[in-house]
Design a protein around this ligand. Structure first.
Ligand code: FES
Length: 108
């Protein structure tokens, strides 16, 4: 089973099992990672925002336009930001690392 790692705002890391076909948001919820995901993956919020580790960013499928639009509203947007509900786990992403953004609203 693939694995992925969440990196918390305080720098602590949590490696979890990441079944193929589940989104990063679903995996976070299964493992008590603090990602909100208010709209449950329907691209109507930006609370599932994660910052993908640079070495992984290029391996992900390109974001849809709707995702880009929503991301623009995310707090603390970074160059490798994505919406967690749109990253779907597959064998190719085994080892994926994403940062959970801090809730501070005054970054960036
Ligand atoms: S959970 Fe709302 S856009 Fe991802």
């Amino acid at each position: 089973m693939p694995k992925m790692t969440f990196i918390n705002p305080d720098g602590s890391e949590k490696e979890v099992e990441a079944p193929n076909g589940l989104s990063v948001l679903e995996i976070a919820h299964k493992n008590d990672v603090d990602l909100e995901g208010a709209c449950e993956g329907s691209l109507a919020c930006s609370t599932c925002h994660v910052i993908v580790a640079e070495e992984w960013f290029d391996k992900l499928a390109e974001p849809e336009e709707e995702e880009e639009d929503m991301l623009d509203l995310a707090f603390g947007l970074q160059q490798t930001s994505r919406l967690g509900c749109q990253i779907i786990m597959s064998d190719d992403l085994d080892g994926l690392k994403v940062h959970v953004p801090s809730e501070t609203r005054n970054i960036g």
